[in-house]
Design a protein around this ligand. Structure first.
Ligand code: SF4
Ligand code: SF4
Length: 536
């Protein structure tokens, strides 16, 4: 695979990832929006010592992308002619969008009131008029007084206060609500700031009164909740905390590149099967603030993981680059595009008919199960196709000799593990239980479910990952819908809907697996043999 990566974003994390790849012979294209706050961030990456080639396009929001892992084709639409490049992987690592909470405290930016980002800029410039604004001054931070602060902001405020105490000879005050300092070294930082002289004023019952004076400075009137006395403070600079949101660029890229997002819009959902910097698209990685509000330490870890993931991809031997399934379209395709829409990995494209990129296919089987024309064939090795593995049920229908046959379709990432665990734990599982392991529950089609009954199952269980934890994002939801449709149709025909049951289970839930299958067997004993059973 070509050692070429596109890095989208305008953060220090993006720069560090670019640096690591360039040092390891990788070529890097950086694309970022025009007029951004870290202009020049990548300039010195051209310096000596880097073996890879670097190109910078100030047009991150304005490019088109097709293809998939190994050969993403990009067209940048700048002011001049469109420029086309091909890369094997893409990294998204943008900044977070910060909104100062001025309105929460009833203040506005003035000579005596600044946002946290503004103060960091003054500190970083470190000389001239900015230094004068801060040196030797009384600085008050408003941190989570009205709404709880994110730990990332809490950390930034404490670091800022420490810096001002130690480097600018300031006296700092942190006015805070329910300050949480557990985890990620915050407790140590808290103690360090206190030792350096920062005064913490905590308010759990009252909120300080904040008044803006004529000159733009602020008077903070507050009740000390320990000694119950009222005090006033007139800081030279009052610093307002901020709330953090996903950047517009990250949002735009998640749409453009078809990447799953969480409820807060950050790229990457809380899917337990998705390891850190990986996304639902093979070859597209997400790092730092583009995937969530993360502390400096966590973002640093992301930089290393992203560079490693990209380098591993470059070095992948050809046999590992092949997709996980061979997909063929038959002549029955009517071009409804259902498969194109449901593929969670962006492996199906239009050219002009639907085609699968074998390298991007994860073999989840959702496309085949959803195709209304049965036009998709997944070529699994002999004995591995789901339909071939649906077992024959017990044929005896003598009610006195009834032993329920149960076919349990188990997702390989959850229920199969739970079943194995139940066996290891020594549970006595129903003797008529037969497990059919599937790559993703989304691959279980209506035909598979009917086939299980036609082959003699008295009951069929569909056991999947919990909601929000499907590796294919919606596989468990698709199969749940199919189960609901079939049970609805069967009950109208007078067939007991309880014979087809959907449940979610995690791989570490051996006891729950045993309880589920045993309870299901009990229900089937009550119902008796299925009427769809072939006669013995
Ligand atoms: S879902 Fe089936 S019929 Fe529709 S486009 Fe895909 S292959 Fe063709
Ligand atoms: S099997 Fe899954 S990953 Fe492969 S093309 Fe079908 S839906 Fe996409």
């Amino acid at each position: 695979m070509d050692a070429k990566t596109l890095i989208l974003g305008n953060s220090r994390d993006a720069r560090e990832i670019a640096e690591e790849l360039l040092e390891k012979d990788g070529d890097v294209i950086v694309a970022m929006p025009v007029g951004i706050q870290h202009a020049g961030l990548f300039d010195d990456l051209h310096a000596e010592g880097k073996t890879g080639k670097l190109e910078i396009f100030p047009v991150a929001g304005s490019f088109s992308c097709s293809g998939s892992v190994g050969r993403f084709s990009l067209t940048f639409n700048g002011n001049d002619k469109p420029v086309t490049r091909t890369v094997s992987s893409i990294v998204i690592a943008d900044e977070v969008e910060r909104k100062p909470n001025f309105s929460l405290y009833g203040v506005g930016a003035s000579s005596g009131v600044a946002s946290l980002s503004q103060v960091y800029e003054w500190i970083e410039s470190g000389s001239g008029p900015e230094k004068k604004i801060l040196s030797g001054k009384r600085i008050a931070f408003l941190a989570g007084l009205v709404e709880e602060s994110n730990p990332v902001i809490t950390e930034e405020i404490m670091r800022c206060a420490l810096n001002l105490q130690q480097e600018f000879n300031c006296q700092t005050y942190i006015f805070t609500g329910n300050l949480k300092v557990a985890g990620n070294g915050l407790e140590a930082l808290y103690r360090k700031t206190k030792k350096a002289g920062t005064v913490y004023m905590k308010f759990t019952e009252t909120i300080p009164d904040i008044q803006v004076e004529k000159g733009g400075n602020v008077t903070i009137t507050y009740i000390d909740e320990i000694i119950r006395e009222t005090f006033k403070l007139n800081p030279d600079v009052t610093v307002v905390d901020e709330t953090l949101h996903v950047s517009a660029l990250s949002q735009d890229l998640s749409n453009k590149l078809e990447i799953d997002t969480g409820p807060d819009g950050f790229i990457q959902s809380d899917n337990v099967h998705r390891a850190t910097v990986f996304t639902n698209r093979k070859g597209i990685f997400v790092s730092g603030f583009s995937r969530g509000v993360q502390t400096k330490g966590d973002r640093q870890a992301d930089v290393g993981s992203t560079a490693l993931a990209v380098l591993n991809l470059y070095q992948q031997p050809p046999e590992k680059q092949a997709g996980k399934a061979e997909i063929n379209f038959t002549g029955h395709c009517v071009g409804c595009l259902t498969c194109f829409r449901v593929c969670p990995y962006g492996a199906i494209s239009l050219d002009p008919k639907v085609v699968v990129d074998p390298q991007a296919c994860e073999g989840c089987g959702i496309c085949a199960a959803e195709c209304p024309r049965f036009a998709i064939k997944i070529n699994a090795p002999v004995g591995m196709a789901i339909s071939e593995r649906i077992p024959e049920g017990e044929k005896t229908t003598d009610p006195g000799d009834f032993k329920p046959s149960i076919t349990a379709f188990c997702c390989s990432r959850s229920a199969k593990g739970a079943g194995d665990l139940a066996t290891c734990m020594g549970y006595d599982l129903p003797s008529g239980l037969k497990i059919v392991e599937v790559p993703c529950a989304g691959s279980i089609s209506r035909e598979h479910l009917f086939s299980a009954f036609n082959k003699g199952a008295d009951g069929v269980l569909v056991l999947t990952c919990h909601k929000g934890n499907c590796h294919s994002e919606y596989g468990n939801i698709y199969v749940h819908q199919r189960v609901d449709q079939i049970t609805g149709a069967l009950s109208q025909l007078g067939f007991e809907p309880e014979r087809l049951t959907y449940k979610t289970i995690a791989s570490n839930m051996g006891t729950e697996f045993a309880e589920t299958v045993s309870a299901f067997e009990k229900d089937l004993f009550k119902l008796g043999p299925s009427r769809l059973k072939p006669q013995g």
